[in-house]
Design a protein around this ligand. Structure first.
Ligand SMILES: *[C@@H]1O[C@H](CO)[C@@H](O)[C@H](O)[C@H]1NC(C)=O
Ligand SMILES: [Zn+2]
Length: 234
């Protein structure tokens, strides 16, 4: 009995601490809503992941992304509310992000076989990166850079799934997603505080340019891709 009281107290303290921490980390609020709680996937989300847990993950993802991007509060996108909604999707995918609103498909949650906790946390880190990254006005022209950065963040968080390509794989750097993420991870290792932090900052005004590789790393993206392939015996 005493033990369980102590546990409750510790939890309350932790929640209070988290609230204050979020408040002082730029007054960002994280909101999670299950709009599909009557569906099988929505019920699985509530039972096996949880709205409260998802709120915590969004908060941790934001702090992680700000660290990867090497951003002070004044460098970040001015976002006050990040909202995740579990939806009974019509879009047919896993998840999507528009502005600071993330939607997660209950069908994907319901149909996923494997470690649901790791998968959903990885998806939330990827989508949260879209909330916080600069340059999205250029997404249509250079989508692979933005998807590569989102998967790079997921990779750095230790949440890359087993089905991703191994380092050095892929036919060109602009395939997006895991192929681009592995290449960005190589580029990131070449400079402090990291290539991706510099790239993200440079994309703020006008989006992506190949010249950013030259400006940050002194080599063209094609040279870097050749170096990368050579490193892994490609
Ligand atoms: C969630 O449901 C509410 C109430 O029906 C609705 O107003 C809102 O637009 C829904 N959100 C999403 C993201 O579908
Ligand atoms: Zn994405």
């Amino acid at each position: 009995m005493k033990l369980s009281m102590a546990t409750v107290d510790a939890t309350s303290l932790l929640l209070a601490f988290v609230f204050v921490f979020v408040g002082t980390a730029g007054a960002v609020t994280f909101e999670v809503t299950n709009n599909a709680s009557m569906t099988p996937g929505g019920q699985r989300f509530d039972v096996q992941y949880g709205v409260g847990h998802a709120t915590q993950v969004l908060s941790e993802a934001a702090s992680f992304i700000w660290t990867v991007f090497n951003q002070k509060e004044t460098d970040r996108r001015p976002i006050n509310v990040v909202a995740l909604t579990v939806v009974d999707d019509t879009f047919g995918g896993i998840a999507s992000t528009g502005g600071s609103a993330i939607e997660l498909s209950q069908r994907y949650v319901g149909g996923y076989t494997g470690d649901l906790e790791a998968e959903l946390t990885g998806v939330l880190y990827h989508e949260s990166t879209h909330v916080w990254q600069w340059g999205l006005q250029d997404y249509a022209a250079h989508w692979w850079v933005f998807e590569g950065i989102a998967d790079f963040v997921r990779l750095k968080a230790g949440l890359g799934p087993a089905h991703w390509v191994a380092p050095g794989q892929g036919s060109s750097w602009d395939k997006g997603y895991d192929v681009t993420a592995r290449f960005l991870d190589y580029c990131d290792s070449l400079v402090k505080p990291g290539f991706v932090a510099g790239l993200n900052a440079m994309m703020k005004e006008n989006g992506y340019s190949d010249d950013y590789f030259v400006q940050i790393l002194g080599k063209s993206v094609d040279e870097l891709w050749n170096d990368y392939k050579a490193k892994y015996g490609g």
